[in-house]
Ligand binder design. Sequence first.
Ligand SMILES: [Zn+2]
Length: 120
Amino acid sequence: MATPDQQQLAKIIEGLKAREVELARRVKAVQKDRRKAHDPSFPEQATERENDEVLDALDGVERSELAAVRAAIARAESGRFGTCDACEEEINPARMEADPSATLCIECAQAQERQAQARQ
Ligand SMILES: [Zn+2]
């Protein structure tokens, strides 16, 4: 039987899959918008370019989120979701919920952060 933690993780993964569908749909919609040929007679080219910049920024944010969501789903499928890459201990489900792309438990993440700071 699944432990409550596993059930919680399964719920997070379900949410990730729904998020992936939604993000993929939005990224596709933005691409479609971007592909629209610019009308050469469009009197306000600057406005159009501004719109493109907004779309590009949005696109970047959504693409990086989509990549993170897909990486988390891939980890779930290989059974690594919720397991620390460094110490192999279970990552607190609350941490996975807050950041599904987390690959380290809070202790290892903090230890790595301290090491990174020490190197500076
Ligand atoms: Zn760890």
